[in-house]
Design a protein around this ligand. Structure first.
Ligand SMILES: Nc1ncnc2c1ncn2[C@@H]1O[C@H](COP(=O)(O)OP(=O)(O)OP(=O)(O)O)[C@@H](O)[C@H]1O
Length: 627
């Protein structure tokens, strides 16, 4: 889905003179998300809106036919509803006088027609609600799926900056806002607009001069709407940004709850949350104030026009220019015009709010993965595990290079431990090898093929990384092991656990392999989680395994169990271990000592220990610490 949205650049409009547009990157994707609406150039504002419309159009496209049916249903409904006053005018001016002269037929016709119109109006309303509800739910379902899939496909570097809180805000609050527009707003728009148009025509037909007087009211309404449009979009953009900031703050506090409790950060978090909460409440309040001016304003203009029409209408009846039945119908219509005007105001309000949400959603969907799957991948069916870093360079941000020219060859089957001070670049090497990131220059290759040329499936089959956190997904222990190879049989899953030495503790859990890891009793210790992660990697059976060893020290029995499991999982494959514990190094064929993004020592563990280099120093210090 990643490449589905390519919004055209549309470089026709000249950029603003005051704030020149630097290039596409200055507004594309999520770049303007935190920019205050007042700081957006007009050109950028227009482009953001065009992008939102494009997304909405794309979402609506599959529902075109049903949308046409809805339109037709609404037209029938409106005609049925609006025929009421006309029939009353007919009854007063024609049918009642006819009845007085003994002819019942016109009144019977008027009554039956009124009844038929009432039934048609109710039936079409029911149809409208059902169909439009269906369209809006399908559309939201589609959009929710797109946002989820697209967010998953985006690179880690994007998520590190964007944070999960913002994605949650897009998925919940922004989608809800759009949902409100679709549920209520479209109904308000279609019926409101049609009523206003049909009634305006009816007013002109009934009495043209009076109709024109009534329609003059639309001029001030137009200006009021323009004001509301400008003000509310700015406010709603701010609302979207502040709700995202609020959710980010909330998600961060909850994710880091242990650290919050450990460091007594509650009051500081409370303060930050209060500031975000106040900002959100303020922008919501501003939105309400704008609505409080707009909606009653429209109503007031409508009421004033009704009073004026009543005066002129009465004068015309006195002059004999119009009939009392026509004036009654006229006033009935005019009174009814307020409701649709109100509806239009409501629509406009939710439209503006949803536009701001759509701007953010379309921005997220416009982001492209930086680590993308190649269009024509090179096939690698049976990887052996030869790893080569060729002149690889890498930096997370533009200012500092973490790996300045990195060359490394790991023959297939070798177990390599990388050691070095914190920040030396060990995890960065591991992440490049797992293709969490692409090097900025040079290549990282598996069996002579650059990782960027492999399909995701081949890459994940060839190289697996076990990260520090040993994350468990909700589900059973067996499900969590099966993640390594989803098509694995139950016997294979249990066999993997057996090999790793995890089966004994798993069988002791309340439901054995079927124990839910998120439920009470199924909670695993750090060491147990690591064993499950190893079983997962063993089942995946990759040619290259990367282990970012957990820094948390395990208790001695766990440590021994983990070390034994480690030996099992490493057998017969290329392995790269980011070793935080020197005890791990003993099982390696080769040790790399890193410093400042470069390898400063490279050799067999025993040779390095026997020497007088950095590793020998580290090893002596470690040995001494054990005594
Ligand atoms: N996501 C990131 N964004 C920006 N800079 C980063 C990021 N991750 C790491 N760095 C920087 O890159 C450098 C190398 O980090 P790396 O995580 O590779 O070190 P390490 O040797 O694995 O350290 P440790 O033993 O503490 O895990 C550090 O200076 C760090 O500040």
């Amino acid at each position: 889905m990643s490449a589905e949205i390519h919004y055209g650049g549309g470089n026709n409009e000249p950029p603003d003179q005051a704030k020149p547009l630097l290039d596409d990157r200055s507004w594309r994707g999520v770049a303007t998300e935190d920019t205050d609406s007042d700081d957006l150039t007009r050109t950028v504002g227009v482009r953001l809106q065009a992008r939102s419309r494009k997304l909405l159009g794309m979402l609506l496209r599959p529902h075109r036919k049903l949308a046409l049916v809805v339109l037709l249903v609404v037209i029938v409904e409106q005609v049925a509803a609006l025929s009421g006053p006309l029939l009353i005018a007919y009854a007063i001016d024609t049918a009642v006088p006819a009845l007085l002269s003994g002819n019942r037929a016109p009144l019977t016709f008027a009554l039956l027609a009124y009844l038929a119109a009432g039934i048609a109006s109710a039936a079409t309303r029911a149809l409208f609600t059902a169909i439009s509800g269906r369209i809006s739910q399908d559309l939201l379902l589609d959009l929710r799926g797109r946002v989820f899939n697209h967010s998953q496909s985006l690179s880690l570097s994007f998520h590190e900056k964007y944070t999960s809180g913002r994605i949650i805000s897009r998925m919940t609050s922004d989608l809800d806002t759009l949902g409100e527009l679709l549920a209520q707003g479209v109904d308000n728009l279609v019926s409101g607009l049609l009523s206003v148009v049909v009634m305006s025509v009816a007013l002109i037909i009934l009495d043209a001069p009076l109709g024109l007087i009534a329609l003059v009211a639309f001029v001030p309404i137009f200006f009021l709407t323009r004001w509301f449009q400008r003000t509310s979009l700015t406010i709603y953009r701010r609302t979207r940004t502040s709700i995202a900031a609020l959710i980010v703050q909330f998600a961060e506090s909850m994710n880091g709850l242990r650290a919050v409790v450990a460091f007594r950060r509650e009051s500081r978090n409370e303060k930050i949350f209060r500031i975000e909460n106040d900002a959100y409440a303020k922008s919501n309040g501003d939105g309400l104030i704008a609505m409080a001016v707009f909606t009653p304003g429209v109503r007031l203009i409508g009421n004033l026009s009704l009073a004026i029409v009543m005066v002129f209408g009465a004068m015309r009846v006195i002059d004999g220019a119009t009939e009392i039945g026509v004036l009654t119908a006229f006033l009935l219509y005019l009174r009814r015009i307020y409701d649709p005007l109100d509806e239009l105001a409501m629509f406009y309000n939710s439209f503006q709010s949803a536009s701001a949400a759509l701007e953010k959603l379309s921005g997220l969907l416009e982001e492209e993965p930086q680590v993308a799957e190649p269009a024509n991948p090179v096939e690698l069916t049976d990887p052996r595990g030869l790893v080569v870093f060729e002149q690889a360079r890498f930096s997370y941000t533009s200012d500092t290079e973490v790996l300045p020219v990195f060359d490394l060859t790991l023959p297939a089957g070798q177990t390599v431990a990388i050691v070095g001070a914190t920040g030396a670049g060990k995890s960065t090497v591991a992440k490049l090898l797992a293709r969490f990131y692409d090097p900025t220059h040079g290549r990282v290759m598996l069996d002579g093929i650059a990782l960027s040329e492999l399909s995701t499936a081949d890459l994940r089959r060839g190289i697996v990384m076990v990260t520090q956190e040993s994350f468990l997904f909700s589900g059973s222990v067996a499900d969590n092991i099966a993640l390594g190879r989803p098509e694995a049989t139950r016997a294979e899953i249990e066999n993997a656990a057996e090999h790793i030495g995890a089966a004994t503790f798993i069988r002791k859990l309340p439901d054995g392999f079927d124990t839910d890891v998120r439920k009470r009793g199924g909670r695993l210790s750090a060491g147990q989680r690591q064993l499950v992660a190893f079983a997962r990697a063993f089942l995946a059976d990759p040619a290259v395994l990367i282990l970012d060893e957990a820094t948390a020290s395990l208790d001695i029995p766990s440590e021994q169990a983990v070390q034994a499991a480690l030996k099992q999982v490493l057998r017969g494959r290329t392995a790269v271990i980011i070793a935080h514990r020197l005890s791990t190094v003993s099982i390696a064929d080769r040790v790399l000592v890193m410093e400042g993004g470069a390898i400063v020592e490279d050799g067999k563990p025993d040779d390095l220990i026997a020497g007088s280099g950095r590793f020998a120093g580290l090893h002596t210090a470690w040995k001494d610490s054990l005594v």
